[in-house]
Design a protein around this ligand. Structure first.
Ligand code: ZN
Ligand code: ZN
Length: 596
């Protein structure tokens, strides 16, 4: 059979498979089984025996991605507590976005030691144990860590984000979504739990407005709208909206405007945003104008499409329930690491087109590419283009199609029918696609609400989130989890509310021991069965070792004493434990962390 015929017959077979959502689900499960089988086969083949230390696939590994916290952001009490709580309670909490923790279930203990030191500590003390054990790697923390009361209260109260609340209710929520139209498009939208996991904004979050007052259940005719935002750094935000493009299924522009951010722009990030200082001259359109235009333009059953759409929605300060993220549904490399393919790479691989070239960056083009990718995915079915569903990488995923030549005739941009202002952004990219498509007839200021269609539900009501309750005592989490217990060996007079101490949550106070040494010894000897150990050490109270004073007896140096203490404590934890040490002075706070 000729190659082309073979491909055609295969395609019709696949199309039949995806004829209904039920068969698609079935196919997805089979593909998952196949993938698992393939994985187990490949893992039985001997691995290259180059490294001297045998690789233990079950060993926990912690990687911190501080850049995800945003530029110049330093870890504060709440952020640090979230990380520690996640290592203790795992999946019942949302994973901190700035950490990657492999095999977190295999972390048997989390030892948190806060050492309070004097101002000159970092200048004068060289702690051998810390430097050796943590290989001199440390992170400077936010100055609020110096506040002991805030620190310990954060550790003892587990924060519930809106996303976390959504996750807890996701099962119930999913039922609400299941009664929405059973059409194949709805199979590609992110579930409520996935939206929460990926940090999408939710209604009720501070400063976030919904795209609609009421939404309509999805139907086969629910339209796709692809959105891409460009962001600049300003005095008030790391990602402030400066341009937004929305593209419809016919690849026409329905909204394209520059936006004047609140603060002053400190970095145009032109390489990524395509925004220049000159372009922004005289721009007066605000974020609120854009939000109103989006609310007017989108029908109540609109499906938003994008790549890493949560960042676009965060820049728009908006929330939307029906989202397709091509960075989530398509992945042609091994997605075990959870990484996403870039929009540029997805476009080259699946569409055979180049975007974000040396000629510059245009948000229309990014929105266009995401739309084409989403349409391709919907056409080809659930399994298509995603290796984690068992889809196999082939060189010509785009069917060997080469980029179509662009039309030569430029569609002239019609000025706004309301105010005669331009309706699209003057593009600076050479031969950009945005010049060959129809623009909207009205500008962002003149677009009016179309036919008002009553929606079926209010998303915020459906989510039914408790917006005031932001934390829950650590006790409630300990009670739920049979295995966890916590030792609190810090001065608990700092706590706003004392927990009820029990077998699950024990208190150990240094004041009830004859010496500081005996306090630390007691902690070390009793921590074996605790999943969490919260300990505070006052460096001033650590006794110097007997031989550390010189002959005149004038030098009081307890660094060796502290070294010995830390060594003893870390030594008392079991293998694979997470060791977190915070050294806090009134003006500087640093964090060491490592899996033992
Ligand atoms: Zn206008
Ligand atoms: Zn363009």
């Amino acid at each position: 059979m000729a190659k082309r015929e073979l491909r055609r017959s295969l395609k019709s077979e696949i199309d039949n498979l995806f004829a209904s959502p039920e068969t698609a689900e079935n196919e997805f499960q089979q593909a998952t089984k196949r993938q698992k089988r393939d994985d187990s086969e490949s893992s039985s083949t001997p691995k290259s025996s180059g490294s001297s230390q045998p690789f233990d696939p079950n060993r926990p590994r912690v990687t911190l991605h501080l850049n995800r916290l945003g530029n110049s952001f330093r870890i504060d009490c709440e952020t640090l507590a979230h990380f520690i709580h996640y290592t203790l309670f795992g999946n019942s909490l949302m994973k901190p976005r700035w950490t990657a923790i492999a095999n977190h279930r295999n972390i048997p203990q989390t030892l948190v030691i806060r050492i309070n030191v004097q101002e000159d500590f970092f200048m004068t003390t060289n702690l051998k144990f810390l430097n050796d054990f943590f290989e001199r790697r440390w992170i400077e923390l936010d100055s609020e860590i110096s506040d002991r009361s805030l620190f310990w209260n954060s550790m003892m109260n587990v924060r519930l984000t809106l996303q976390e609340q959504v996750r807890r209710k996701s099962e119930k929520m999913q039922k609400t979504f299941d009664i929405l139209g059973k059409h194949d498009k709805s199979n590609f939208i992110l579930t409520t739990a996935q939206l929460a996991d990926r940090g999408f904004p939710f209604p009720g979050e501070e400063g976030i407005v919904p795209t609609k007052r009421r939404y309509k259940k999805l139907s086969p005719s629910s339209p796709l709208f692809s959105v891409d935002c460009e962001m600049c750094e300003t005095t008030t935000a790391n990602r402030a909206l400066t341009r937004i493009s929305i593209v419809d299924e016919e690849q026409n522009t329905i909204l394209d405007t520059l936006v004047k951010p609140d603060g002053d722009i400190t970095d145009y990030v032109t390489r990524y945003s395509g925004i220049t200082e000159k372009m922004m001259e005289g721009v007066t359109t605000t974020l609120a104008d854009v939000q109103k235009a989006v609310q007017n333009l989108l029908p109540p059953d609109a499906i938003l499409v994008g790549h890493s759409l949560e960042f676009d929605l965060r820049a728009m300060r908006m929330t939307h329930p029906f989202c397709i993220d091509v960075g989530h549904t398509l992945n042609y490399t091994n997605s075990a690491s959870g990484g996403r393919n870039s929009l540029k790479n997805l476009s080259e691989f699946f569409l055979g087109v180049q975007i974000q070239t040396k000629f510059g960056h245009c948000s229309y083009e990014d929105a266009w590419a995401a739309m084409r990718l989403a349409q391709l995915k919907i056409e080809k079915g659930l399994m298509f283009g995603n290796t984690s569903f068992g889809w196999k990488y082939t060189r010509d995923a785009n069917g060997g199609v080469v980029e179509e030549a662009l039309q030569t005739e430029v569609v002239s941009t019609v000025p706004c029918s309301g105010c005669t202002q331009p309706t699209v952004v003057g593009c600076t990219v050479l031969n950009c696609r945005c010049r060959f498509v129809n623009g909207p007839s009205k500008c962002v200021h003149c677009v009016k609400l179309g036919e008002s269609i009553e929606g079926d539900f209010d998303w915020q009501d459906t989510l039914d989130l408790d917006l005031d309750k932001t934390t829950s005592p650590i006790e409630s989490y300990l009670k739920k989890d049979k295995m966890t217990s916590l030792m609190c060996a810090f001065d608990n007079s700092f706590l706003d509310k004392l927990p009820t101490f029990s077998k699950k949550i024990r208190s150990k106070q240094s004041s009830s021991f004859p010496s500081y040494d005996s306090f630390i010894n007691s902690v070390a000897s009793e921590m074996l069965n605790d999943s969490g150990i919260f300990l505070e050490i006052e460096k001033e109270r650590v006794e110097p070792l007997e031989d550390s004073a010189d002959e005149t007896g004038e030098v009081f140096d307890n660094s060796e004493g502290l070294n010995t203490m830390l060594e003893k404590l870390v030594g008392a934890t079991t293998r694979n434990s997470l060791v977190i040490i915070i050294v806090s002075s009134p003006s500087k706070n640093i964090l060491f962390n490592r899996i033992k």
